[in-house]
Design a protein around this ligand. Structure first.
Ligand SMILES: Nc1ncnc2c1ncn2[C@@H]1O[C@H](COP(=O)(O)OP(=O)(O)OP(=O)(O)O)[C@@H](O)[C@H]1O
Length: 493
């Protein structure tokens, strides 16, 4: 039996390497060059003991991929070269460690999961079905061109130039700019951008795609929504063309997948995406994903996918704040060639808070009304148009709303306002809130006092007088108050 030969004679690194070369020669004949390069060249044969060949692989997912796709090929090959008793074991060299040195964190896979006897079958003589990249049926290939070209499916209007930066998106945006410089070569791979509806995820990831194309015209960039991907997969599965489908996606350099939370109920699509993801990542290609939930909250997504999403950067986008909403409006106005008075911009940005798409809708409606009625865009028109957009239009101002606005403005915690503390900033905020409450609500002085933890009506009167006096004597105080007044008025329209 060859077992003794290999146990006794083949123990130098040279011998092991020669054996592995023989294995590779067989493998090479059974897979296409791309597969060979990606999945077999990085493997290192490190030892042979008691008929157990230990192969060192670069990562856990590399190991899982081999197990899922090539374990039979590997097993059969090793058996052919070493004899029937040969067994396979993997050692995972953790990412980030030097490949020449033995990594203390490396794992010798024990037991049956990672040590497996080769299975009996005759697949080695079977040609594996891998297509010529020029021939595959691709959803986005531009026909008639010799070299395969991919229509990136990008919207040219979504670029960094018109993507407003704010606190809400700073991290995601700057990661995006980095990626565009060096797609696949930063630590932001994958980049997962998540956040609420209409907060600018698609715009950002498409801007990355457009920028990559500008800086690296030879890179194949593809934007695809998860919904489209699922439908394509279903179509290809029906026609027995899953290989084509996977192969096509494996050719992409920068894959941008929008709304991956839609994969949650689609288990088969998750499987196929897993295969594509692994291949791209392993080949140093860039993956960019968006989702309306954070990966950690994606219930129903396979853990193996979730763990891969965590490899790179998970960056959230928040709802844009007041300043950013104004800036976005101005960018959109410039783009449409519109001029809108400042107070109208502020009014719109103030009243539409939840969704940038709605903000854009309001701008278009305003413009349409002004054109159709041949009117100037002013506050009156804005108020009328905005009634359709602002659910809270003409809302009644409550004492609580005023309290929150003032606390926000003076950075005073809301709870503090309800105590009897004499701290200067709290007293200032309390007096102003009482003043506005009297001015903008129909509540009695007693009710107003009650809203501050039980002050009597004389305190409310005193507060209002103090505010009026200070307005006459202190310019800075008056300016602040006017600014605040504008916010209160806007909020109460
Ligand atoms: N920071 C921003 N600067 C400029 N425009 C923005 C910004 N954020 C959002 N927008 C605009 O708002 C609109 C909606 O944005 P987008 O489609 O990117 O949102 P989304 O988060 O992908 O929404 P969904 O969850 O519905 O897919 C787009 O027209 C986009 O240009």
């Amino acid at each position: 039996m060859n077992k003794d030969i290999y146990n006794t004679d083949i123990n130098s690194q040279n011998d092991i390497e020669q054996l592995w070369e023989k294995c590779l020669a067989i493998i090479k004949d059974n897979v296409n060059w791309r597969t060979y390069q990606t999945w077999f060249e990085p493997i290192k044969a490190v030892s042979l003991n008691d008929n157990i060949v230990t192969l060192q692989v670069p990562s856990q997912f590399f190991y899982e991929w081999l197990e899922e796709h090539y374990v039979e090929l590997l097993g059969k090959t090793i058996k052919r070269v070493l004899g029937k008793a040969a067994r396979l074991e993997y050692r995972i060299m953790m990412e980030g460690s030097s490949s020449t040195q033995r990594n203390p964190a490396s794992i010798n896979m024990p037991g049956s999961t990672h040590t497996r006897p080769p299975k009996e079958n005759n697949f080695i003589d079977m040609p594996l079905k891998w297509d010529d990249p020029h021939n595959i049926k691709t959803p986005y290939a531009i026909p008639g061109l010799k070299r395969m070209q991919i229509d990136p499916q990008l919207n040219g209007n979504y670029v960094f130039d018109n993507y407003v930066e704010g606190d809400c998106n700073r991290v995601a945006r700057s990661a995006g700019l980095h990626i565009a410089q060096k797609p696949g070569a930063t630590s932001f791979n994958p980049l997962v951008v998540f956040g609420g509806v209409g907060w600018g995820k698609t715009h950002l990831v498409q801007a990355i795609g457009n920028e990559v194309r500008r800086l690296h015209p030879n890179k194949a960039v593809l934007y695809v929504s998860a919904e489209k991907f699922i439908n394509q997969f279903i179509d290809h599965a029906k026609n027995n063309e899953i290989n084509d489908f996977i192969h096509f996606y494996q050719l992409i350099d920068v894959l941008i997948m929008d709304d991956i939370h839609l994969f949650v109920p689609a288990v088969k699509t998750q499987d196929v995406f897993f295969a594509i993801f692994n291949h791209l990542h392993q080949s140093g290609k860039q993956i960019i994903l968006t989702s309306d939930t954070a990966p950690r909250d994606m219930e129903g997504m396979q853990e193996r996918l979730l763990s891969r999403f965590r490899w790179g950067l998970n960056a959230d986008i928040q709802a844009p704040d007041f300043e950013t909403r104004q800036a976005i409006l101005r960018v959109k106005m410039r783009h449409e060639g519109l001029e809108i008075p400042d107070d109208v911009v502020k009014y719109m940005a103030y009243n539409i808070q939840s969704n940038v798409r709605e903000l854009e809708g309001a701008l278009i409606a305003l413009f349409a009304q002004a054109t159709l009625n041949k009117k100037e865009i002013d506050m009156d028109l804005a108020k009328r148009v905005m009634k359709n957009f602002v659910k809270t239009a003409a809302r009644e101002m409550t004492i609580e709303n005023i309290q929150k606005l003032v606390c926000d403005y003076y950075h005073v915690p809301y709870e503090k306002l309800l105590t009897k503390t004499r701290k200067r900033e709290v007293v200032l905020a309390r007096q102003i809130t009482m003043y506005f409450a009297k001015k903008f609500t129909k509540q009695s002085l007693k009710t107003i006092g009650d809203h501050f933890g039980g002050f009597d009506h004389t305190t409310v009167i005193h507060s209002c007088q103090t505010v009026e006096n200070l307005m006459e004597t202190d310019t800075e105080y008056k300016e602040n108050l006017m600014e605040l007044l504008q916010k209160v008025q806007l909020a109460s329209i």
